[in-house]
Design a protein around this ligand. Structure first.
Ligand code: AMP
Length: 193
């Protein structure tokens, strides 16, 4: 395995632009984009057991049970494409998940190399999520009401994840405002070669 492999977690509230930036980072470094949200939406559209278990939580903007996503991440990280690194987007979303990830990566001897946090003020987040709903993102959880709930869930259950990583090491906190390219340039500078 290359020493330069990047194993990244991207953190930030819904609407911070994580998904967009994640794709650009993954293209730059040639690493797989692992989004639990994408995997769960696929599972729902394929009508799998995982999808059936997750749907009612997702429709309300609530988190699916930790064990479901921890199991799916364990399986995904064991696939061969993760040897060159990976980027996790939308996971971990609770301190419980973060601890499980630390244990899993320890077990696999592949610690995280970067934790990146995108910071965006709350009023901008609401605007962005609402716009996504109006433009028909195709996501059933982008209505104003559900978006508001997702933000609340974020502050309550997911913001502590950033604290968890800050206590354990370095978190790269970046300004998520600006054009997609501006934010991408900030991230690229912080991640380096
Ligand atoms: P996302 O696409 O990351 O915004 O995720 C969409 C929805 O999927 C979330 O609102 C949750 O219902 C569910 N979800 C995605 N990732 C997780 C996770 N790590 N833990 C719990 N629920 C998740």
């Amino acid at each position: 395995m290359s020493d330069a492999a990047k194993r990244i977690v991207i953190l930030g509230p819904p609407g911070a632009g994580k998904g967009t930036q994640a794709l650009s980072i993954c293209e730059t470094y040639g690493i797989p984009h692992i989004s639990t949200g994408v995997i769960l939406r696929e599972a729902i559209s394929n009508g799998t057991e995982l999808g059936n278990k997750a749907q009612s939580f997702m429709d309300k903007g609530e988190l699916v049970p930790d064990q479901l996503v921890i199991d799916l991440i364990r399986e995904r990280l064991s696939r061969p494409d993760c040897v060159k690194g990976f980027l996790l987007d939308g996971f971990p979303r609770t301190v419980e998940q973060a601890k499980a990830l630390t244990a899993l990566l320890d077990e696999m001897s592949i610690p995280l190399t970067h934790v990146v946090e995108l910071q965006v003020p709350e009023d901008v987040l609401m605007d962005r999520i609402k716009k996504r709903g109006e433009e028909g993102s195709g996501r059933s959880d982008d209505s104003a009401e559900v978006a508001a709930n997702r933000l609340q869930v974020y502050w309550k259950q997911t913001a502590p994840v950033t604290k968890y990583y800050k206590e354990g090491g370095v978190v790269i906190s970046l300004d998520g405002l600006g054009t997609v390219d501006e934010v991408a340039a900030r991230i690229a500078e912080a991640l380096g070669e």
